[in-house]
Design a protein around this ligand. Sequence first.
Ligand SMILES: NC(=O)NCCC(=O)O
Ligand SMILES: [Zn+2]
Ligand SMILES: [Zn+2]
Length: 473
Amino acid sequence: MKKLIKNGIIVTATDTYQADLLIENGKISCIGQDLAVGGAEVIDAKGCYVFPGAIDPHTHLEMPFGGTVSKDDFETGTIAAAFGGTTTVIDFCLTSKGEPLTNAIQTWHAKSKDKAVIDYGFHLMIGEINDDVLEELPVVMDEEGITSFKVFMAYKNVFQADDGTLFRTLVAAKELGGLVMVHAENGDVIEYLIQQALAEGKTDPIYHALTRPPEVEGEATSRATQLTGLANSQLYVVHVSCADAVEKIADARRKGFDVWGETCPQYLVLDQTYLEKPDFEGAKYVWSPPLREKWHQDVLWNALKNGDLQTLGSDQCSFDFKGQKDLGKGDFTKIPNGGPIIEDRVSILFSEGVNKGRITLNQFVNITSTRIAKLFGLYPQKGTIAVGTDADLVIFDPKIERIISVETHHMAADYNPFEGMKVTGEPVTVLSRGEFVIREKQFVGKLGHGRYLKRAKYNSEKTDVRQSNSLTI
Ligand SMILES: NC(=O)NCCC(=O)O
Ligand SMILES: [Zn+2]
Ligand SMILES: [Zn+2]
């Protein structure tokens, strides 16, 4: 059935205007003033913004990690994402050394099929480069449409790859049209600092942060950007947490390197003191990289505004406090890293960013949707509002106030790291390819509605590093 969204204010990465919007066969078929269409279901968006569905470029759903498995899967995770205004997620598919890449991809298809309520794609972890991997990569790209590869520079003896692997991945990505993503922390130095702390009997959650200081993130970011320049390749630095890393990304971009940076809500609004909460509650705030001293937040906000950082991911990787986070009681290295964020990513950026004048409304759309679609080969099918694009849409009431709480969230985890935080602005209705997923704040979607997305190759023309956020695109 046709749907007609009336009276809303359409916001894209470049424009803000009042118009009606017609949806037919899952796509936007017409945008105009005072549209009247016989037989169309009318959705009144008066007083609301109409945004392109947000895209979360960084999720870990049902991921084995730290001796357990992240709590939210493709069902609970994508439902919560939709409540928060996200209509596409790109999840990290983990690989194992010596195993064909396609085995890992099949495992991820099995996790997601018939569960996801919104569209989804995969990034692929590269843990080693050898002849088999080099042979498989072009096939993975062409047949699976996986065009972004993740290299971990940390998590020694678990996921960490060496510099040779990173460099060869950058070279291969340049040749094949892929985007290399890095978790940039120096895993070897962290391991040394961890062993030193444990030997001194320092086992509380705060030592997670103190053994991963900003310098180890800054150093790894610098190394990754330098190697990218040398390979004349392209790089996306995930979950940037501190000034040291922002500085290195900004330097690289000034030199004209094709380098991009993502931050996450936790680094924008929470700080290192949360790890000192009593009764082991600090474990709820264990991420890698860790939360930083508060002053880093201003640097991150400025970087989003001036274009040194371009996107916001959730790094959704949730664990229960009871039964999962508490695996690390008495040894902070055993606390599973990550938290439940997928649902509140967009609202936090709107409330703390747009409402507080730190970024503009159009930058908000660029940071949560358009830029991500361009970088990860989804644009213009996703990431904007235009005739012919998927009708992934969010009707967003900027006036609704909400207190974030585990009592009301839709994620599976048993706590919310933003508990008690007031946000103003909330999605009320969310459509995926023209179908309601959230309607008037109620879930009405269908398991399995979400389709797997084969993504286009990295296109430096589309993403052009010289185009800054400051002027939105
Ligand atoms: N970030 C984090 O603490 N957990 C998820 C895995 C990762 O992204 O490193
Ligand atoms: Zn990471
Ligand atoms: Zn992550």
